[in-house]
Ligand binder design. Structure first.
Ligand code: PNW
Length: 446
């Protein structure tokens, strides 16, 4: 095994951090939070492994000091966390739960007291049930609801954030959740999917405009990218890869930076988009970003699906290399490809931050230790890919490992472990894994 790169291989000011999201770690039953669409989705048959939800999760709501101590002791510079909409606005709008805002205020102070830079994601998937009941991301008013929420958060903690992202992974928020049915609300409906694909961008733009109007900078969005490749050279597979690349990798960034949707995706979605979508694209959706967050995990191979009854005529497979506990292929070259392509085709010299990258493994505590050589190699190889992207001119400004803690892995419940810190979900005890210790050594300040 080659030695991993270290802090010294990246420029001064490069942010090394770890990431979490509110619903996955906090414990949603604590502190007066309202119900979210994940609580009801998780209770439904067949949606989530063992019907598990985020009621307790890692109990970070009460244990945040311990978690931030681990970050500081691990030589990290920053923590990426999210604010729960339903914790702050239990009904989604209207009355504020002051205890919810107080929690994020304390968390922010606790970060700064440890010299850790707070990086905020306003929305990481916990749509309040009261709004989900009105259609959530398919409702044409959702951008106004989200704009109001964004302003409330910003007024309390915005001035102390290093960076703020509006929304985490719009593709998951919209397509995975409303067309593929994999995440809450679990719809399989192209009309709902198309509308959500557009409304999520309107909500992003609304929040950008409102926060910019409050004098805020450091504003961006977090998009998920995969290395989308054709399963073969057959024309149908090439077409399938082009469609999925348009839906997963190009839809959001081209809307924001060029005011257009890619033709390969529009072909299927245009008939279902809400009225006025073209005018929307020349409006606040294109508000200039200060930075772009990139989440990257894997590559996928896409093939023509002869059995598809509707659009898109695609099916997705994995490559043949080693996979993680999720079954996701380990493919660090894809991160280099995505970063260099983004700089070349989409964002030029805009600062880019890898806001998530990591892998799940079936980690066990043995004699008080967790050995995770697979994760150490994954991190080492992806750090090397990021380093090469920088050498090739990408203005990469930070890297956040997903995740600080084993946590609620959505449809997979607590079965899949992404953390560099192991969590025992009976006792909630934290045990740093070997990968945590490796990163701690890499990140030593000289
Ligand atoms: C991201 N997919 O989710 C999220 O931002 C995290 O909350 C999550 O824990 C992490 O990655 C690991 O899964 C994704 O099906 C979930 O392509 C699913 C997909 C992509 C990202």
């Amino acid at each position: 095994m080659t030695d991993p790169l270290t802090r010294a291989d990246f420029p001064e000011g490069f942010l090394f951090g770890a990431a979490t999201a509110a619903y996955q770690v906090e414990g949603h039953r604590f502190g007066g939070a309202g119900p979210t669409h994940w609580d009801s989705f998780a209770a439904g048959p067949g949606n989530v492994v063992h019907n598990e939800d985020g009621a307790t999760a890692c109990d970070q709501y009460h244990r945040y000091a311990e978690d931030l101590d681990l970050l500081a002791a691990g030589n990290f510079d920053a923590y990426r966390f999210s604010t729960s909409w339903a914790r702050i606005l239990p009904e989604g709008r209207g009355a504020v739960n002051e205890a919810g805002l107080d929690y994020y205020d304390r968390l922010t102070d606790a970060l700064l007291a440890r010299g850790l830079a707070p990086v905020l994601t306003l929305y990481h998937w916990d749509m309040p049930s009261a709004l989900a009941d009105l259609g959530g991301w398919t409702n044409p008013d959702v951008h106004n609801w989200f704009g109001d929420f964004a302003e409330i958060v910003d007024a309390r903690i915005g001035d102390r954030m290093e960076r703020i992202a509006t929304i985490n992974e719009p593709w998951c928020v919209a397509w995975l959740s409303h067309f593929l049915g994999g995440h809450a609300p679990g719809l399989r409906d192209i009309r709902a999917g198309a509308r959500a694909m557009h409304h999520v961008l309107k909500a992003h733009g609304e929040a950008m405009t409102r926060l910019r109007g409050r004098g805020r900078d450091g504003l961006g969005i977090v998009l998920n990218f995969e290395d989308a490749q054709p399963a073969s050279d057959a024309p149908g597979d090439l077409e399938a890869a082009a469609i999925e690349d348009a839906l997963r990798n190009r839809w959001f960034i081209e809307a924001i930076t060029r005011g257009r949707y890619p033709a390969e995706a529009l072909e299927g979605l245009a008939p279902h988009l809400p009225e006025g979508w073209e005018e929307d694209l020349s409006g606040q959706i294109g508000a200039p970003l200060d930075w772009l967050g990139v989440n990257y995990y894997t590559r996928n191979l896409h093939a023509h699906d002869p059995e598809a009854t509707g659009w898109p005529p695609t099916r997705t497979a994995q490559g043949h290399r080693a996979t993680t506990q999720m079954g996701w292929e380990i493919f660090p070259e894809g991160l280099h490809r995505i970063l260099t392509r983004l700089a070349r085709d989409h964002v030029g010299g805009l600062p880019v931050v890898v806001t998530e990258n990591g892998m799940a493994w079936d980690d066990r505590v043995r004699d008080g230790r967790v050995d995770d050589p697979e994760r150490c190699a994954y991190i080492r190889d992806h750090l090397a890919a990021m380093h090469r992207a920088r050498a090739d001119g990408v203005n990469l400004a930070g890297f956040f490992y997903w995740s600080l803690l084993d946590n609620y892995e959505w449809a997979f419940g607590y079965e899949k472990r992404f953390g560099i810190v192991h969590v025992d979900f009976e006792t909630l005890q934290r045990t740093p894994k070997a990968s945590y210790h490796m990163l701690k050594t890499c990140l030593e300040r000289t």
